[in-house]
Design a protein around this ligand. Structure first.
Ligand code: NAD
Length: 500
């Protein structure tokens, strides 16, 4: 298989300066899906230099907002044109189902359209009352400059778009480094930006590893903003390097997200069925490889046994297989490394006294599930408590832990007992209680009687160690803009502070 050129610098696609390549694997059978360029420090420096030039000397930062907005709309249309192609790329690269890939493309399209709108609506400055008719005081927005964008492997297109769309809308230039595990859809996205008419040097991509490419971007003196989505360990390390150079930083990190289920949500058969179904979706969609996965079920004692039994029955029936096969509901884990990690978490939980209610092993191979794929059965661990490693740490796999509560205060305390604070949910038939509990949850997104939906117009991000800053919403655009106060004295005269 010959390698494709996946490094894009100053409008030109090219191979790595070193000639190095990387094998991108198909997680469903561990075969090589694609050979891509493996960028290094030299490629990174060239990409930053191109972005710097395009910002300092190019037309994009000064391009009228209406033109920037129109370009984002063209990208949205191109995403829809290539919907099936991109969904297939994403499914084969990450392992997720084709349908999930299509949903991602639609979500991303909406994000581009949202930022096309919001940049138009929010482009005007703000006149500030300076307390004198002789002063004109206005706050205006300007692009930050050169942005370094680092993304993870689980939602490659989506995470890239949440950064690229506002960065481009605000008039910045950027270098993106997608995860080395799943770079393919981001490469396609850059092609669409070019096709939509973005000038050379504005959108650059270097495919390669966190070390050296990501770290180099964090440290590079010509980068103005470092925006990272990924794990806590690498995020804080890279973030520290960026901060030491006084760059602006945004970190979207992990989560250990509670799904709090009150017994009153299960008072009717419909309510019970809904809460179970949502808990299943919260924990196991994309094999639990979701930053906001509802990996901790926190359930009220009276319904615990029936709820967990039904959850386990349904988890056992989830159809695992290659994401592109008809009828498959859940794909493999993304890599051998993730599989090893999940197996270790389950072993540790069992050794700490958790009871296995479903899964707990790799499934039998089948015609849609090659033996060489990284499959793991949806796993439910009952009898968990907060001292267990599997409850405290992000497993990023198909593992659901079950904890029990008897009072509302206890439910809130358990749900907040995490160093993270990305997302969580409360299921209750009593809306006053649901809202009361939602108000007390220390998480960036809280769902009531639902799990997982997000809106491009609503901010996304975390409390605690889930990160710094927000993506999406008006704040998601502001992350890519500087505010400048211009104070104009319309009747200048001496101040005479000094007498001489
Ligand atoms: P990761 O931290 O291993 O890698 C993320 C990115 O950082 C990759 O591109 C990687 O190459 C790069 N990287 C690694 N070390 C680096 C370094 N020292 N300097 C700069 N870049 C470096 O994360 P992952 O395994 O790809 O993704 C899973 C993690 O991402 C989970 O923790 C998940 O919760 C998190 N995530 C968070 C959100 C969110 O919105 N908060 C969304 C998706 C994923």
């Amino acid at each position: 298989m010959s390698a494709i050129e996946t490094i894009h610098v100053d409008g030109v696609w090219r191979a790595a300066a070193s000639g190095a390549t990387r094998e991108v694997l198909d997680p469903a059978d561990a075969t090589i899906l694609q050979l891509v360029s493996e960028g290094g420090a030299e490629d990174t420096d060239a990409a930053v230099a191109a972005a710097r030039r395009a910002f300092d000397e190019g037309a994009w930062p000064g391009t009228p907002v209406a033109e920037r907005s129109a370009l984002l709309r063209r990208v949205a249309d191109l995403l829809q044109r290539d919907r099936e192609e991109i969904a297939l790329i994403e499914s084969r690269d990450t392992g997720k189902t084709l349908e999930e890939g299509r949903v991602d493309v639609d979500d991303v399209t909406n994000a581009f359209r949202y930022f096309a709108d919001v940049v138009m609506n929010e482009s005007g400055g703000r006149v500030v009352d300076a307390g004198s008719a002789d002063v004109h005081s206005v706050v205006v927005h300007e692009p930050v400059g050169v942005c370094a964008l680092i993304t993870p492997w689980n939602y490659p297109l989506l995470q890239a778009s949440w950064k690229v769309a506002p960065a481009v809308a605000a008039g910045n230039t950027f270098v993106i480094k997608p995860s080395e595990v799943t770079p393919l859809s981001t490469v396609h996205l850059i092609k669409l930006l070019v096709e939509a008419g973005l000038p050379a040097g504005v959108a650059n991509i270097v495919t390669g590893a966190g070390l050296p490419v990501g770290q180099r971007l964090a440290e590079h003196p010509d980068v103005d903003l470092f925006s990272f989505t990924g794990g806590l360990a690498s995020g804080t390390k890279a973030g520290a390097a960026a901060v030491s150079g006084a760059k602006k930083i945004a970190l979207e990190l992990g989560g250990k997200n509670p799904n709090v289920v009150f017994a009153d949500s299960c008072a009717t058969e419909e309510g019970f069925d809904t809460a179970v179904d949502q808990a299943l979706n919260a924990a196991f969609i994309h094999s639990g490889q979701v930053c906001s996965a509802g990996a901790r079920l926190i359930i009220e004692e009276p319904v615990r046994d029936r709820f967990v039994a039904e959850l386990a029955r349904r988890a056992e029936k989830i159809k695992l297989g290659r994401g592109t096969e008809d009828g498959v509901e859940c794909g493999p884990l993304v890599s051998q490394q993730q599989l090893d990690k999940v197996e270790a978490y389950v072993a540790s939980a069992l050794s700490e006294g958790a009871q296995l209610r479903s899964g707990g092993s790799r499934p039998e191979p089948s015609d849609v599930r090659p033996a060489s794929g990284y499959f793991y059965a949806p796993t439910i661990l009952d009898g968990c408590h907060r001292e267990m490693k599997v409850v405290r740490e992000e497993t990023f796999g198909p593992i659901l832990t079950v904890e029990t509560f008897t009072t509302e205060n206890e439910a809130v305390a358990l749900a907040n007992d995490t160093e993270y604070g990305l997302a969580g949910a409360v299921f209750s038939g009593d809306s006053a209680r649901a809202r009361r509990v939602a108000a007390r949850l220390r998480h960036g997104t809280v769902w009531i009687n639902d799990y997982h939906p997000y809106l491009p117009q609503a901010e996304w991000g975390g409390f605690g160690k889930s990160g710094i800053g927000r993506e999406l919403g008006p704040t998601g655009l502001d992350e890519y803009r500087e505010s400048k106060h211009i104070y104009e004295n319309l009747r200048p005269e001496p101040v005479r502070w000094f007498a001489g």
